[in-house]
Design a protein. Structure first.
Length: 185
């Protein structure tokens, strides 16, 4: 089921690039630059790397296109975005088992190999944007489920994703399109 974005409320200007730099204040802290805005963000527990491996906890140093998104429709009411978004449902998973043919792809439950649930008890994936990390040019073992999502309170480390406060994510969402890229330096 697709969630229809309210394109009538999309601003004339969209963001072509989001820039993420490590913050000087903490190992897993970052600053996300969106045009003139500077927003606090969380990155991987192992900071950043140019040699991303499955399970290393690092955020890849790369430029990644924003592909699409998942929203928790029972928690997120407003969907002002030009990104293609789907409502996350309980059966939706993301395969993170490098040996499986569906590695770094959306899959449906029941699914025995290792995976991430897209509907979680916490709010991390209430807004979850899929980035093109190891997706269009997939290599097994080079990292999966690298998302742009909601940060936990206090901005603790992610498993390799980039995460923002819910307020900041909702603030950016209307300016994001499938032409927007997120660059981690």
């Amino acid at each position: 089921m697709n969630v229809r974005a309210d394109n009538s409320k999309i601003p004339d200007k969209t963001l072509r690039r989001l820039l993420v730099r490590r913050a000087p204040t903490g190992r897993s802290q970052a600053i996300l630059q969106a045009g003139p805005l500077r927003l606090r963000a969380a990155i991987g527990r192992s900071q950043t790397t140019s040699r991303k491996r499955e399970g290393d906890g690092a955020t890849p140093i790369a430029t990644m296109k924003l592909i699409s998104g998942y929203l928790r429709g029972d928690r997120v009411r407003e969907t002002r975005t030009a990104l293609p978004v789907r409502r996350a449902l309980a059966h939706m998973l993301w395969c993170d088992a490098p040996e499986h043919a569906s590695y770094n792809r959306a899959v449906n439950a029941p699914f025995r190999p290792s995976h991430e649930r897209l509907v979680r008890d916490d709010e991390l994936y209430d807004i979850c944007i899929v980035m093109d990390w190891n997706l269009s040019a997939r290599k097994r073992g080079c990292g999966s489920a690298i998302f742009f999502h909601i940060a936990r309170p206090g901005y603790p480390p992610t498993e390799g994703c980039v995460a923002l406060h819910p307020r900041d994510m909702r603030r950016l969402l209307p300016f994001l399109t499938a032409r927007t890229s997120l660059q981690v330096l």
